[in-house]
Design a protein around this ligand. Structure first.
Ligand SMILES: Cc1cc2nc3c(=O)[nH]c(=O)nc-3n(C[C@H](O)[C@H](O)[C@H](O)COP(=O)(O)OP(=O)(O)OC[C@H]3O[C@@H](n4cnc5c(N)ncnc54)[C@H](O)[C@@H]3O)c2cc1C
Length: 623
């Protein structure tokens, strides 16, 4: 028998990476919030690689932190190794990646939810979701407990109608042996929410004591670890090493001999998998000319022997997995602890979402994370934060917040999802941004912390520290543009050592920094008026000066997009009545309902000519 168990402003279904950020943001913004999960012991579960960050994903984590989210702090607090990827390339693609202790990360996040004022954490399966007569939401659990809420955020990850595949074995299931959420899937269909079927896969976990490390190449962490969170001040240490190895001819042979037993190739799996995270069988078939594939061995934590085989995601039968893993260098005596598997699940078509992540057809119902068609902890957390902020502000009658692709990867992620949609699980990459030289991971706070403060997720204390840092960077930028380094024998000898031309007259520090051979660290001994700032200030100014020209050009492009994004489109516009817009564009615009001309201009099938017609129409109907 149903019983009323609680009445909230915000209800979040799922305490994965998206649900955590969504519920913390909503509660921290003052909304009475409840968050549900199927199992309290798997909150923030890293169901795949035991790491946070990576190329472009590191950018997302720093942006989440800059806005007042939790993921960056959790990663800093539970990391066991950290590396700055692409450090040999330009700063636009520098990305942090931290190996984390999987259990400790989940415990950290569970405790963060438990400690959060205004937030209730519940172990319960939501099996039904209906609109009440007064337009609110009624959520029912598997125990017939009823919860009422003004707004609901769905962040069910890979659980919605989850189905597991290992060879010819398939069964209804969630990740890591958990049960799926089947009945909620039915409830969403009754609400006519457009669901589709995606899939993803994960590799085997093996016992470290069965690995022959003498055959492997160690991959140590960075000496100096840059934290994810701008608030982390303590010195972080590497506690483990990762290792690399390769598949062999034999690996390829075994997989090809058994490819008919793969549910992917036998057609059993209908769901569409991530293009940029292929299974090993996919890689061997698609890149047939490639002799070997790299494998990373990533420890899953400090109090476990479990090791994750990065690059070996598969859904081949367990016996085949055992055979092909043994052919990998260093793993001939392997002991597999968890077999690889694929999981198929339901998610929403993100074209049904607004840039605030609210469903267009169901006001006060939001989507976040894998449920929105993305893949990755970081992508999920970013969406959770945005959905939590917007649900809270809408409940509080405040204006909604749209993140622009000109200011953040978070904005790029959401704009891509809700404007372009996705044919497979969407994974963030730096190449997805037109402005990656401006949207670097090192300046995430300069781009977003002001906004986080205005939204109400950044404390006064943190905001003051941020303003102090910002002022230091601005002063240092001005100072370096004025300081003249005079020619001297010592300085010119140093320049020669560094492979750049000596100077005959005094040269501005900012000009010298533009030389590719020089870093501020090289020039600092000759910069006698240097203030006593933290290294991050000098590093920031160095990047701003070195790439000044490119950054200026990108900022000019950004100004143009801002101009188009400032042209808002009325909610109730009837594109059919706008004479001159082509039929295809009318269809696309009517389906996606862009909120401004900037978003409209990014819809495939909407031409610049259609945009000019729309601009004229809007100017005419301004009032
Ligand atoms: C097998 C596998 C392989 C993966 N491979 C990759 C990869 O290669 N690369 C990559 O980037 N990412 C990968 N991921 C994805 C990554 O795990 C997800 O992107 C991330 O976990 C998504 O976060 P989320 O918050 O959206 O969902 P999840 O972390 O899945 O959390 C969902 C939450 O919803 C809860 N829940 C679901 N239904 C209900 C309900 N009805 N009632 C109450 N609670 C409910 C669950 O208990 C859980 O707390 C993989 C995931 C899996 C499972």
């Amino acid at each position: 028998m149903e019983f009323l168990a609680g009445d909230y402003q915000i209800a979040v279904i799922g305490a994965g990476h998206a649900g955590i950020e969504a519920s913390l943001a909503a509660a921290r913004l003052g909304c009475k919030t409840v968050v549900f999960t199927l199992n309290l012991d798997w909150i923030g579960n890293v169901a795949c690689n035991p790491s946070i960050g990576g190329t472009s994903k590191g950018h997302l984590v720093r942006e989440i932190d800059a806005l007042g989210g939790e993921m960056g702090k959790a990663a800093d607090s539970t990391l066991i190794q950290s590396r700055m990827l692409n450090s040999g390339k330009g700063p636009a693609v520098h990305s942090l990646r931290a190996q984390i202790d999987r259990r400790k990360y989940s415990e950290y996040m569970k405790h963060a939810l438990e400690k959060c004022e205004g937030l209730d954490l519940k172990q319960a399966e939501i099996v039904d979701l209906v609109r009440t007569d007064d337009g609110r939401w009624k959520l029912t659990t598997h125990l017939d407990a009823v919860y009422l809420a003004d707004a609901v955020i769905i962040s069910t990850g890979t659980f919605l109608n989850g189905k597991i595949y290992v060879g010819d074995k398939s069964f209804s299931g969630g990740p890591d042996g958990m049960f799926p959420a089947v009945r909620l899937g039915e409830a969403l269909k009754r609400l006519n929410i457009p669901l589709r079927r995606f899939k993803t896969g994960t590799p085997p976990r093996i016992n470290a004591l069965s690995i022959d490390y003498s055959e492997l190449e160690a991959q140590p962490g960075d000496e100096k670890i840059l934290p994810f969170s701008f608030e982390t001040k303590k010195k972080l240490k590497n506690k483990v090493e990762c290792y690399t190895t390769y598949t062999s001819d034999k690996t390829k042979q075994i997989i090809l001999e058994n490819i008919h037993r793969s549910p992917l190739y036998s057609g059993q799996i209908e769901g569409i998998g991530p293009r940029y995270c292929p299974s090993i069988e996919d890689k061997i078939v698609r890149f047939a000319d490639k002799e070997r594939h790299q494998v990373f061995l990533e420890p899953c934590g400090l109090n476990t022997e479990e090791v994750y085989l990065q690059g070996m995601s598969s859904s081949l039968p367990e016996d085949v997995q055992d055979k092909f893993v043994r052919t990998i260098k260093g793993l001939k005596d392997v002991r597999i602890m968890r077999p690889a598997y694929a999981i198929e699940y339901d998610c929403v078509d993100p074209l049904a979402l607004k840039p605030t992540l609210e469903l267009m057809t169901e006001p006060m119902l939001y989507g976040a994370g894998q449920f929105n068609g993305s893949s990755g902890y970081e992508e999920a957390a970013a969406q959770g934060l945005v959905a939590g902020i917007n649900a809270a502000r809408k409940v509080q009658g405040k204006s909604e917040v749209i993140f622009s692709r000109t200011e953040s990867y978070i904005g790029t992620l959401i704009d891509d999802l809700v404007t372009k949609g996705c044919q497979d699980p969407y994974r963030m990459m730096t190449s997805r941004s037109e402005y990656r030289l401006v949207l670097r991971q090192d300046n995430a706070d300069l781009r977003l912390t002001e906004k986080g403060y205005e939204i109400g997720l950044i404390s006064e204390k943190r905001y003051k520290a941020f303003l102090k840092k910002k002022a230091a960077i601005e002063n240092e930028y001005k100072r370096m543009s004025k300081v003249i380094i005079p020619p001297s024998r010592e300085f010119n000898d140093r320049l020669k050592e560094l492979g750049t031309a000596p100077i005959e007259t005094g040269v501005r520090l900012s000009e010298l920094l533009k030389r590719p051979q020089l870093t501020y660290a090289d020039l600092k001994p000759f910069d006698t008026t240097a203030p006593d700032y933290d290294d991050e200030i000098f590093e920031q100014v160095e990047i701003m000066l070195k790439y000044e020209g490119y950054i200026k050009r990108q900022n000019a492009q950004i100004q143009e997009i801002h101009r188009l994004e400032s042209k808002l489109i009325p909610d109730d516009i009837a594109y059919k009545e706008v004479t001159g817009i082509r039929t295809e564009a009318v269809e696309k615009l009517t389906k996606i309902r862009p909120v401004n001309v900037g978003q409209a201009s990014r819809i495939s099938g909407v031409s610049p000519a259609d945009i000019s017609v729309l601009l004229i129409y809007l100017a005419k109907h301004q009032n």
